[in-house]
Design a binder for this molecule. Structure first.
Ligand code: NAD
Length: 478
């Protein structure tokens, strides 16, 4: 621990993980608690030398690791999730301090990603028999790729790192993980704990800025990039990976629509919908970001959602009474405040919320907006913050057209008391996942990823696992 002039203790007990060693650096990243705007920790920032060392360690570890059986690698991942579970409380608290989300949501992030990793390593990737005749036997095998670079954003650092790590190492690859410079700490602690389980070089963790991410994408020693982040950065990742033709999975932003049909029961769905809008203060790729409500249920829906918003206290995530925490960083806070201002100036109606509190921390209240134009920024952009428009429709066709009128295509949902009707509407949404009467439901067994500009490829399920592997045909004639 190092003391600061204002008597705040700054944690410095964080290290990079390279080749099974905890490594320091001569450059540092300051980490800010978004609930206080104070620097509360400092961690090493890796440069080119450490990047080369981590990739080289991952390359060396690959030969032995890829030769293990799936079962042996699954056992290692399960041992790792058990160790993470033992440290869950400590990790959850660190996650709140660096990310801002309420402690219950931090615990839920950890719990669900541990379960997801355990379930992932129970999936099988059998050899597929394509032709079996008197003269030919043709099989489709899947081979691990080599070194996988994992790049994560600041909204769910633990879940997104563990999701890609478990898929990559289970399928026989080794990894170099680079979390967001805004939220490096939980991932570094997860790296420390990985050291107890995996052979040196199988899991490496490097923290640093955007430049480190770019170098990871360009590096010839890396075979695949698993990237989660914004659409704009995703396009840069794809461009940087092109020179070496890396395999790339992109999990990008969304502008998820939720269509509420005329037969929906607003009271019954209010809690679920509110949470799907504002969990993690709306900083979720697959949060509901636009609501289209039929005119028959519109007024009641506005009323019950506004009531939910009024009853959701926001503040420091370490105080368990708070349902919403701060925005994660100043840049995102300023962006969403601007969206608040632009929306107010446009003449749209602020149904609830809308004020910018005068207090330390990047806090904004949960805000619903009505009477807003389809071409307004709040409707067309990914807000990634606690402000959601509720738009009215009369004709279902029109709602579907407006829901699809976007370059995003991550996910969407339909809300109705008639699930068959809901399914028929869901099929018309141009998204990777369309839910009925739920939103944000993911599982290790179900592929997840974006249509259109919301991504490339899928994570989870055997489809996701195969994206960490190269198909190989073995064709034999007698
Ligand atoms: P971001 O794109 O700014 O940064 C993500 C990561 O990329 C960070 O680690 C950053 O350092 C790194 N990076 C930045 N420039 C890079 C470059 N040129 N090359 C390589 N790496 C680079 O995203 P963010 O602001 O941290 O996260 C918010 C975004 O992430 C939102 O758009 C959100 O919707 C999206 N997201 C998507 C999913 C999903 O599964 N689809 C999940 C979570 C978040």
């Amino acid at each position: 621990m190092a003391a600061r002039a204002d008597n705040l203790e700054i944690r410095t007990d964080f290290s990079l993980l390279i080749n099974g060693e905890l490594v320091s650096s001569d450059a540092w990243l300051d980490v800010i608690n978004p609930a206080t705007e104070q620097v509360f920790a400092r961690c090493p920032a890796a440069g080119e030398v450490q990047l080369d060392a981590a990739i080289s360690a991952a390359q060396s570890a690959f030969a032995a690791w890829s030769r293990l059986t799936y079962e042996e690698r699954a056992t290692a991942v399960r041992r790792y999730t058990a160790v993470l579970a033992e440290h869950q409380d400590e990790l959850a608290e660190l996650l709140v301090r660096e990310q801002g989300k309420p402690i219950a949501q931090a615990r839920a992030e950890l719990k669900s990603c541990l379960k997801q990793a355990d379930n992932t390593v129970g999936l099988q990737i059998p050899v597929e028999l394509l032709v079996d005749s008197d003269t030919h036997r043709i099989e489709l095998h899947y081979r691990p790729l080599g070194v996988v670079g994992v790049i994560t954003p600041w909204n769910a650092p633990a879940a997104l790192a563990l999701g890609s790590l478990s898929s990559a190492v289970y399928t026989g690859n080794t990894v170099v993980i680079k979390p967001s410079p805004y939220t490096p700490l939980t991932t570094l602690k997860m790296g420390e704990l990985a050291r107890e389980i995996f052979p040196p070089g199988v899991v490496n963790v490097l923290t640093g800025g955007d430049e480190l991410g770019r170098r990871l994408c360009e590096h010839p020693g890396v075979q695949k990039i698993s990237f989660t982040g914004s659409v704009a950065t995703g396009k840069r990742v794809l461009a940087s990976s092109a020179a070496t033709l890396k395999r790339v999975t992109l999990e990008l932003g969304g502008n998820d629509p939720a269509i509420v049909l005329d037969d929906a029961d607003p009271k019954a769905i209010a809690k679920k919908m509110f949470f799907a809008c504002f969990v993690n203060s709306g900083q979720v790729c697959m949060a509901i970001k636009r609501i289209y409500a039929h005119e028959d249920v519109y007024d009641e829906l506005c009323e019950v959602l506004a009531e939910e918003a009024r009853n959701a206290p926001y503040g420091d995530g370490l105080d368990p009474k708070n349902k919403l925490g701060p925005l994660q960083n100043k840049m995102q806070f300023d962006k969403v405040v601007e969206l608040f201002e632009v929306t107010k100036r446009s003449g749209a109606r602020i149904l609830v919320g809308g004020n910018v509190p005068n207090r330390p921390g990047y806090f904004l209240p949960p805000t619903y907006v009505t009477d807003i134009a389809d071409d307004s920024r709040l409707v067309t952009e990914e807000q990634f913050g606690p402000i959601v428009p509720i738009l009215k429709f009369s004709e279902l066709e029109d709602a579907i057209r407006r829901a699809n009128d976007t370059r995003f295509g991550l996910s969407g949902s339909v809300w109705t008391t008639d699930s068959e009707r809901g399914k028929a509407v869901a099929k018309q949404l141009e998204v990777g996942t369309a839910w009925v009467n739920q939103h944000r439901a993911i599982s290790a067994y179900v592929p997840f990823g974006g249509a259109k500009e919301s991504g490339l490829g899928r994570q989870h399920s055997t489809l996701g696992l195969k994206s960490y592997m190269e198909p190989q045909v073995i064709s034999v004639t007698n």
